[in-house]
Structures are given as structure tokens and as C-alpha cells.
Design a protein around this ligand. Structure first.
Ligand code: SF4
Length: 172
């Protein structure tokens, strides 16, 4: 059975920077949970950051690719450079996906790790720009499509289509 990587905060785990969760009770997630498809993961925790922690944004809205290339940083409002934690968390998410048979991901939008449609612009003003977080970018660049928590119906359609096209070979 194909697995789905999911942001741990969407599953009710209190791993966000402010110590909270962003629990989703969407029926698709409930169904996948019952089917034991879900692989909850928090890249920022996997990258060694604590709960709670300062918020962080991609400096200058430079983009996730620039961060992964070492050409841009992820910083806190006080200017601390936390890039290494975010990059380590992204790599850990990809390793987890590969090791668990994950074929798609549902990640919390807006995060400098998990965002896939928009991220904050680096000004800590609440403004967003189109773009991806570093984990989302690394997964999608590695062939694992990423959907937001608002795209679960599309994610389910993608999974059904995938399983129709590529049914898993039973273990003999
Ligand atoms: Fe949720 Fe992702 Fe932020 Fe972790 S890094 S708290 S999983 S949005």
C-alpha cells in the first residue's frame, strides 16, 4: 500500500514553533489514518529544533532552492541563522519518504519547511509570497508530489489514479 507523508502538526501533534498543532479532521485524512497509510513527520523537529522555538522565515523571500544550494538563509526575527536545521529536516523527510514507500505528501502550507503554495516573505510582517518551503521543494524535486491541507480531495484523486496505473505487486 502506498504511503502518504503528512505534516505531524496536521495530525494533532504539538510540534509547531508556538507549541501548538494545526489539527485537520478532513475525512480523507481520517480514512488514510484508518488504512494506516500515514507517515507523520515534522522536519523541524527531525532537524533538531525544539518546541517551542522562535518563528523562522526564508530571508528575502529568496526561495527554497536557493536555501538548499547554500545561497540563502532561514532566519529568526532576531537574525539567528537556523538554515542547517531546516536543511537537515528536509533531508530527513526525504529519507523517511523513501524508506517508508511514500508516493505523495500532504504538508501544512505557509511553513518555511512544509509550505508548497506560499511561504512568508522574510519580513515577519505576516505577508506571504508564492513559493515552497525547503522540505516541500526537496520532496517535489525528488518526484514526490506535495499537496496542502486544503488540497486533500486532489491528493486522494492522485493516489487513486496512481494505484490504478501502478498496482503494487503482491509479495510472493
Ligand atoms: Fe508542522 Fe511542518 Fe511546521 Fe513541523 S515543520 S510544525 S510539520 S508545518
Amino acid at each position: 500500500m502506498y504511503k502518504v507523508l503528512v505534516s505531524a502538526c496536521l495530525m494533532g501533534r504539538k510540534v509547531r514553533y508556538d507549541g501548538g498543532a494545526k489539527t485537520s479532521e478532513h475525512p480523507v485524512l481520517e480514512r488514510w489514518r484508518a488504512e494506516r497509510r500515514l507517515v507523520p513527520h515534522c522536519p523541524e523537529i527531525a532537524g533538531g529544533l525544539p518546541v517551542p522555538r522562535p518563528p523562522a522565515e526564508i530571508a528575502g523571500a529568496a526561495g527554497a532552492e536557493a536555501v538548499l544550494d547554500g545561497a540563502a538563509a532561514i532566519v529568526t526575527p532576531e537574525g539567528a541563522d537556523v538554515t542547517d536545521h531546516f536543511v537537515a529536516g528536509a533531508r530527513a523527510a526525504l529519507e523517511t519518504a523513501w524508506s517508508q514507500g511514500v508516493r505523495l505528501a500532504v504538508l501544512k502550507d505557509g511553513s518555511p519547511s512544509c509550505g508548497s503554495r506560499a511561504v512568508y516573505d522574510g519580513s515577519f510582517s505576516g505577508a506571504k509570497v508564492p513559493g515552497q518551503g525547503v522540505t516541500s521543494y526537496l520532496l517535489s524535486d525528488s518526484g514526490i508530489p506535495v499537496f496542502t491541507e486544503d488540497e486533500l480531495d486532489a491528493a486522494e484523486a492522485f493516489l487513486k489514479d496512481l494505484e490504478a496505473r501502478e498496482p503494487e505487486v503482491p509479495f510472493l
